[in-house]
Structures are given as structure tokens and as C-alpha cells.
Design a protein around this ligand. Structure first.
Ligand code: ADP
Ligand code: MG
Length: 265
């Protein structure tokens, strides 16, 4: 059983505090949805946990199975078992997808025997055009193809915990269903002797969660988690929007101005 534990996490960009005390624990096989309006700090949370440059952690801790992640460079966090699918996947000209995966497997002391077949199987499973396997990483792919490509890498690398930053953005309905189902399956199945995937799925629409079924839903607003609950919270959000959580936001946020800002987004 693996555990990602985020405790009392504060982070800023320059002078601006963005995360103001986040507590979240994600275990193998659990799907946690973090939902929130634009500008709430969702991408910041994913970036800070994975070690993207530009953020200053001012308090708190992030550990994976008790190991401090914040002191490691991003690649070591990845080797330790964290994986991020970014909201806007990066194009890497000149670097081929299979080369990336061979190197990634090597750094995890795993064999890449059978990788070609595995890639084809995984591509078929999520409807990713096999011809696109021969491209440099994400180069000239559409938004939806990039997210499929990223989902494919996630499936091949089988990390302990995946953070998905708006996997649904840029995806059409079919691609969304295929990618979400693939991640849902990973959260239910162990591969070899590994545990099922733990998932932190960041989104502001509940449509992703129709296929990727959350065990827990957290609402992030103004750098705080203002409410946590079960899947019913996502259903409630879908019908009522973020405004329904006015009372809880007011009670949990540091000041009522956080709530005013929530409405203004
Ligand atoms: P979300 O993903 O929830 O839409 P973000 O984490 O991207 O939100 O951003 C949260 C807030 O932090 C926003 O107000 C955004 O403008 C600000 N922010 C994020 N990154 C930077 C940055 N590099 N420089 C300045 N402000 C930033
Ligand atoms: Mg974002």
C-alpha cells in the first residue's frame, strides 16, 4: 500500500500566496477528485507536488511512503512513484516517445522487453493512432491526442500515484471516456506485484468523474480545501455550481473575501 501525504502545504509564486494549507492523503487504489473554479490553485498544487520550477513552498510537507518529496528533484519523485499528467502537456521536439519510456523504465530498474507490443496494445485500448507512436513526444499532436499520449505513458510506467491536471481539457467525449476508463481500470487492478494506482484527479467539470469514479471529492477554492466528501459532492456541484458551498467556504476560508473572489471567477 502506497500513500501520498500532503500536510499543511503552503506555496507561493513570487509574493503571491496560492496554496494556503492543503491537507490531502491519497492511497493506492483510491481516486480523489479535486474540483475548483479557475484560479483556485489546482495546477499549483499539482506543480508543487511534482516539483515544477517557479513555486516556493513556504510550509508543510509532501511525502510518498514516508519519503520526503519536496527535497527531491522532479525526476527522483517520478522514480519514487509519482506521475503528473499536466494540464498542457509539453512538446519535446527530437525526443521520441519510445526512447523516453525506455529511459524511464531503466531508471526504475525495469525491463523494456516487449515495450513495442505493450505500446500498441495500450494505444489500441485508448484509441490512440498507432502511427503517432513514431512521433517526437507530443509534437504536432492535437489537444486530445496529447492527453491520450500522456495516458498511454501513465499506463506503461504504472506509477504508484498519478496526478491528473484537467485530463479532460482538450478532449472530445470519446477520448475523455477512453482515457478516464483506462485510469479507472488502473485504480482497480494491480499490475504484477504492484498496488493499484492511487489517483489525484484535478478537474472543474464532473463529466470526467462519470467514468473515473472518485471515492473522495474535495473542493478547492482560494488555496483552501473548503469541503471534502464522497462522490455525491461532485453530483451536487454539477447541479448547483460552486456557489452552493458558500457557507462552507465562509466557515473554512481565512476571510470572507475568499468567498467573494470565488463568486467573481
Ligand atoms: P487553477 O489551476 O486552479 O486554475 P492555478 O494554480 O493555475 O489555478 O493558479 C492559481 C492562482 O495563482 C491564479 O490566480 C494564477 O493567476 C496564479 N498563478 C499561478 N501561476 C502563477 C505564476 N507563475 N505567476 C503568477 N501567478 C501565478
Ligand atoms: Mg489549472
Amino acid at each position: 500500500m502506497s500513500t501520498l501525504e500532503i500536510k499543511g502545504l503552503w506555496a507561493s509564486v513570487g509574493e503571491k500566496e496560492i496554496l494556503k494549507g492543503i491537507d490531502l492523503t491519497v492511497r493506492s487504489g483510491e481516486v480523489h477528485a479535486v474540483m475548483g473554479p479557475n484560479g483556485a490553485g489546482k495546477s499549483t498544487l499539482s506543480g508543487v507536488v511534482m516539483g515544477m520550477p517557479g513555486y516556493d513552498v513556504t510550509a508543510g510537507s509532501v511525502t510518498l511512503d514516508g519519503e520526503d518529496m519536496l527535497s527531491m528533484p522532479t525526476w527522483q519523485r517520478a522514480v519514487a512513484g509519482l506521475h503528473l499528467i499536466m494540464q498542457y502537456p509539453t512538446e519535446v521536439p527530437g525526443v521520441m516517445l519510445d526512447d523516453v519510456l525506455v529511459e524511464a523504465l531503466k531508471s526504475r530498474e525495469r525491463s523494456s522487453d516487449g515495450l513495442e507490443q505493450l505500446l500498441r496494445d495500450e494505444a489500441d485500448r485508448i484509441g490512440f493512432d498507432n502511427q503517432l507512436l513514431q512521433r517526437p513526444l507530443n509534437v504536432d499532436l492535437s489537444g486530445g491526442e496529447k492527453k491520450r499520449n500522456e495516458t498511454l505513458q501513465l499506463a506503461v510506467l504504472a506509477p504508484k500515484i498519478a496526478i491528473l491536471d484537467e485530463l479532460d481539457s482538450g478532449l472530445d467525449i470519446d477520448a475523455l471516456r477512453a482515457c478516464a476508463r483506462r485510469v479507472e481500470a488502473m485504480s482497480n487492478e494491480s499490475v504484477g506485484d504492484s498496488e493499484p494506482l492511487g489517483v489525484l484527479a484535478i478537474t472543474h467539470y464532473s463529466r470526467l468523474l462519470h467514468e473515473l469514479k472518485p471515492d473522495f471529492v474535495h473542493i478547492l477554492a482560494q488555496g483552501h480545501i473548503v469541503k471534502s466528501g464522497g462522490p455525491e459532492l461532485a453530483v451536487q456541484l454539477e447541479t448547483d455550481g460552486y456557489a452552493t458551498f458558500a457557507g462552507t467556504a465562509e466557515a473554512s476560508a481565512e476571510s470572507s473575501s475568499a468567498l467573494d473572489d470565488l463568486f467573481s471567477i
